[in-house]
Ligand binder design. Structure first.
Ligand code: IMP
Length: 461
């Protein structure tokens, strides 16, 4: 009988080291951070805060329609296209293939960050498969928003929808196409012809200099060329080396093209599933989903909003929460926390934990209404209605919780928050069925509490 061979000390050491590496890699988690409502939940701040624990922050959808506001000391940064991870030294920022890129807006945003001393060129990478927004996409959007018998969505007018239309229509132009000027010109001329025909048909008289745009985009391409690569390969390679990725969603789940309040949505997959298609990272490599929700709720643009408050309450939220769009400056519509909506977005995203932002905006209130359930035509609603017409008919059923009438700012620990504030959060946690792992009580980086012992703490450890 063959004798079992004793491993040499060197072999034993090598195997143990390998086991340690495997344990370490397994422990490292890649997580998605995304909005649980209609966008503007404060994801920018949450991503900025968590980014220091990750190696890479990757954006997976949307374009410069998003506005992430981050305050660092006296400085205010509004990021539209570039992931907020760029503000953390040493963190790489990736614009994934699912994003649509307006090169003029990108170059402008890069310059603004560089003016603040941020080394954008060193840390930003852009997918060669991301689609390009051209100025004529904005023209098409104008047409579709103004057209008779069309439902105006109240878009950000950035050309986002028409660019995604070209992508899905398989006639779009991707960043990689810009680097082959011969074939780019052919693709561009064909696309431009389509747009000219549309403009003529719908009698749009905006003058667009198609030849100049073509030249200008080739120049832009030269400027960003060193930053462009196959970001799916970059991300997968980084993971193989044990690096951690934080996936950043723009907009919110209720603006998702499939799961949102269609047609009052944006044109991309803002929900968690988009993180995989929008970056080329397999779903099996993503280990957690963090939902970000305001302590109340807001929406910009048109569309159903069951818990909207059109009285003094909504006015107070807008004033105290400074609820004006970061990109368009439009006043945001405001309303109360909506439990059925959150249960729905938790279902489609699989939230492990929630971060509740802007709790301090409720500090002045004596009573806080919460939409606890929906009724429709006299019956309880158990599933989110699919049509906007049904959603517009929803009768929200409110329950009222006591306010705390004291400042929640500058608390370092969750259990130090005033008891009525904790009771409010417990109520949301119980009714939505999702843990609240973090609470933000002010715009500054240090005004966020991560609850000790929470799943959130474990996910980002
Ligand atoms: P689009 O994304 O510009 O096509 O606009 C479609 C809808 O999404 C409109 O109601 C916009 O107001 C809304 N939207 C787009 N981006 C954001 C965002 O970052 N925050 C909030 N709403 C957004």
């Amino acid at each position: 009988m063959a004798q079992a061979r004793q491993p040499s000390l060197l072999q034993w050491f090598a195997e143990s080291a390998q086991a340690l590496v495997i344990v370490r890699v397994k422990k490292m988690s890649n997580v998605i951070v995304l909005g649980a409502q209609w966008g503007d939940e404060g994801k920018g701040k949450v991503v900025d805060l968590l980014a220091e624990r990750f190696d890479i922050v990757a954006r997976y959808q949307g374009g410069h329609n998003a506005g992430h506001t981050v305050f660092i000391g006296e400085k205010k940064f509004v990021l539209k296209l570039i992931p907020s991870g760029i503000l953390r030294p040493g963190v790489e920022a990736v614009i994934g293939n699912g994003v649509v890129v307006d090169l003029a807006a990108l170059i402008e945003e890069m310059a603004a960050l560089e003016a603040h001393g941020i080394e954008v060129r060193r840390h930003l990478r852009i997918s060669n498969r991301a689609h390009v927004i051209f100025p004529f996409h904005r023209l098409i959007e104008k047409m579709s928003e103004a057209r008779e018998n069309r439902i105006p969505i109240g878009t950000t007018s950035r050309g986002i929808g028409p660019c995604y239309e070209d992508k899905i229509g398989r006639r779009g132009i991707r960043i990689a196409d810009l680097f082959d000027s011969e074939s780019f010109r052919i693709l561009y001329d064909t696309l431009a012809e389509d747009k000219k025909t549309l403009a003529e048909t719908f009698q749009l008289h905006d003058t667009i200099d198609y030849t100049r745009i073509c030249q200008q985009y080739l120049e832009y391409a030269d400027r960003i060329r060193p930053l462009v690569c196959d970001t799916a390969a970059l991300l997968n390679g980084a993971m193989a080396r044990g690096k951690r990725i934080l996936f950043e969603g723009a907009q919110g789940t209720m603006l998702d093209i499939d799961h949102g309040t269609y047609p009052f949505v944006t044109s991309s997959s803002a929900a968690a599933g988009g993180a995989s298609t929008g970056t080329g990272v397999p779903p099996t490599a993503i280990h957690g989903v963090i939902g970000v929700s305001k302590a109340y709720i807001t929406r910009v643009g048109s569309g159903p909003f069951p818990s909207e408050s059109n009285d003094g309450g909504g006015e107070l939220l807008r004033r105290e929460g400074n609820e004006f769009g970061a990109v368009t400056g439009r006043p945001r519509r405001c309303g109360w926390f909506d439990v059925p909506l959150l249960r729905y977005t938790a279902m489609v995203n699989g939230f492990d934990t929630l971060v509740i932002t802007k709790l301090d905006v409720l500090d002045l209130l004596e009573q806080i209404p919460v939409c606890a359930r929906y009724r429709l035509r006299g019956a309880d609603v158990t599933e989110m209605p699919a049509t906007y017409r049904a959603l517009e008919e929803i009768e929200p059923v409110f329950e009222t919780l006591p306010g705390w009438r004291t400042s929640t700012r500058n608390f370092g620990r969750y259990d130090e928050l005033p008891e009525p504030a904790r009771a409010y959060l417990r109520f949301l946690e119980e009714r939505t069925g999702v843990e609240i792992g973090g609470v933000s009580t002010g715009p500054e980086r240090n005004e966020t509490i991560i609850k000790a012992g929470s799943k959130l703490e474990r996910l980002i450890a």
